[in-house]
Design a protein around this ligand. Structure first.
Ligand code: SF4
Length: 249
């Protein structure tokens, strides 16, 4: 096995320690800056672009991540998110590989959009994917994100072929995703997939609005209210029931 290239440079905006929701156990969350998508419901527009100030090497990053190793225990570790972490494939791969060399578990929080020929290598270093589904049908997906769906389809296909475990996460915006029709589409997409350990619908919130103002950007969902949490929970139960029914059939 070749060792990771720890001089590889990447762009990391910040680290959050003691994370409890982005993967199992206690985790350090690594935010890689830069994202080629423009999701209508994105609450992190400040992560769209990389900044030279974010530059770091894998070695520098790993030195920080190792400090928190005592907290990771049996189940915790490091979660790479963004932005879109696949936007920095070489750095992501080397950083995940270095984590594994140090005995640290890796989670990748992603929309599945990146360079096709990098997926296999990166997924070979990924213990769990938090896979964000942003639309089922091509046109709808493109409207939500500004990019074609075939890339994330290829990512999903590679993840399934390599048997990587997955948690599925879907943001639900009222008036856009909160329909039985959309839940049925999701159920049809998810039911045939293997290695799915968890399915979560995430209620849309409006906490990102001020960030758009501060950046001088127009907020794409102006006037759309936050998603009601109980409604979202009901839709999640419906979705899970539909998936169970499809799997039994
Ligand atoms: S992939 Fe994530 S960071 Fe990128 S635009 Fe969509 S929600 Fe925002």
């Amino acid at each position: 096995m070749t060792l990771s290239n720890r001089s590889q440079i990447g762009y990391v905006r910040k680290l959050e320690t003691m994370g409890m929701v982005d993967g199992p156990g206690i985790r350090t969350i690594v935010f890689l800056s830069g994202c080629p998508l423009r999701c209508l419901f994105c609450h992190n527009p400040d992560m769209f672009k990389t900044d030279p100030k974010d530059a770091t090497t894998v070695e520098e990053l790993i030195a920080k991540l190792k400090r928190y190793k005592p907290y990771y225990g049996e189940t915790g570790g490091v979660t790479f998110c963004g932005g879109e972490p696949l936007n920095q494939p070489e750095f992501l791969y080397e950083a995940m590989k270095a984590c594994h060399e140090e005995g640290i578990n890796t989670v990748l929080d992603t929309s599945g959009f990146g360079r096709l020929n990098t997926f296999e290598k990166i997924l070979g270093q990924t213990d769990l994917i938090l896979y964000d589904i942003k639309g089922v049908e091509d046109d709808f997906y493109r409207k939500m994100t500004g990019v074609p769906k075939k890339v994330t389809d290829a990512f999903l296909e590679t993840a399934q072929r390599l048997d990587v475990k997955m948690w599925i996460r879907v943001v639900v915006v009222p008036g856009i995703h909160d329909s039985i029709e959309y839940m049925d589409q999701l159920a049809n997409m998810i039911a045939p997939l293997k290695n799915i350990e968890r399915i979560e619908l995430l209620p849309y919130h409006t906490m990102g609005v001020n960030k758009y103002d501060a950046l001088g950007l127009t907020y794409p969902l102006e006037g759309v209210p936050a998603m009601n949490k109980e409604e979202c929970m009901k839709l999640q139960e419906y979705l899970k029931d539909q998936i169970r029914a499809l799997r039994r059939a």
